[in-house]
Design a protein around this ligand. Structure first.
Ligand code: MG
Length: 315
């Protein structure tokens, strides 16, 4: 190999690692909030990962659950929700803004999962437009966005259908001028197909989960009609679906699967990796990025591995 090629490829590798903050930095600050995204930019990531729901009045907002989650939601009187809250789809943006999502209920199992998460009382479910504005205001012009469409074909009451869902998200992306800085990501690959049809410049990431309890790879609607058994691996399905990247649950990976998916030309971006030893293993296997609730830990692991890390976000 020519020396120039070596230098070029090693430079690419040095800059390519995609350090993704999951829901911002869920391990540190309330998930999917502007305060959390601010902290994530302070730490320094390549990509902000976030989830999208659509309000009753058609506004894309950043939230993981279709229903407001009682473990992290208080009403206008400051009381924790008792049981599952209303569907975001049933609330206008104005109604949704009356809820506080800035702290975990200390009595919840969820709070025990994230003992280091600090509260930020008063945080609201942000709009996607508001996050774009915040990032622009900080001058964080390099950071990218992995935007997850939360939709499920078996629960059609929980969100708009594929077309209106994707169209609302795409409108927000275009209005903000962010087409070149976003990827759409989803377990439900129908949304990814639609965005590529409407805006081929937007790359997509096919997410999969494979474990003893569940796999989306056998859901024919989510998989665009593809049958799992007709493909050697779920990575082959992601490739056939037209995705640039494949995002598997990290527990389903091994060195050979990373190698095989890379050989298909897919970026491999495992989720959600929170333990340093797992990060180090995946980096050694050659994944292209990692999605983590603790981007601070991942930065440290990358530096120890001699890899470059993204610039800290501008203020
Ligand atoms: Mg997500």
């Amino acid at each position: 190999m020519a020396a120039g090629t070596l230098i070029a490829s090693s430079m690419f590798a040095a800059h390519a690692f995609d350090l993704q903050g999951h829901r911002g930095a869920r391990g540190l600050l309330p998930e999917n909030t502007l305060a959390g995204f601010d902290r994530t930019l302070d730490i320094g990531v390549t990509t902000l990962e976030l989830d999208i729901a659509i309000t009753a009045d058609g506004v894309p907002v950043i939230h993981h659950d279709a229903h407001l989650n009682p473990a992290l939601t208080r009403d206008a009187q400051g009381r924790w929700l008792q049981g599952r809250g209303p569907l975001i789809r049933s609330l206008t943006l104005a109604q949704l803004q009356t809820y506080d999502v800035g702290r975990l209920d200390p009595g919840s199992a969820y709070a025990r999962d994230f003992p280091d998460q600090q509260g930020r009382d008063g945080e609201r479910v942000p709009t996607l437009a508001a996050l774009f504005e915040r990032v622009k205001a900080r001058g964080a012009d390099q950071v990218r966005f992995a935007i997850e469409t939360k939709i499920h074909p078996d629960r059609p009451d929980e969100s708009p259908a594929v077309a209106p869902f994707v169209d609302a998200v795409l409108a927000a992306i275009r209005t903000a001028g962010m087409t070149q800085r976003v990827r759409l990501i989803s377990f439900d690959w129908r949304t990814l197909r639609r965005v590529r049809e409407l805006e081929p410049a937007i790359e997509t990431t096919c997410i999969t989960v494979e474990n003893a309890q569940r796999t989306n790879a056998r859901h024919r609607v989510m998989m665009l009609g593809m049958a799992r058994d007709a493909y050697p691996s779920v990575a082959h399905m992601a490739k056939a679906a037209g995705c640039a990247a494949w995002s598997p649950n990290y527990q389903s990976l091994d060195a050979e699967r990373v190698r095989a998916a890379s050989a298909l030309g897919l970026q491999v971006l495992p989720w959600t990796v929170n333990e340093t030893a797992d990060m180090e293993q995946l980096i050694a296997w050659g994944v292209d990025g990692i999605i983590t609730d603790y981007p601070d830990r991942l930065r440290a692991a990358l530096l120890r591995a001699g890899r470059s890390v993204p610039a800290v976000g501008a203020k």
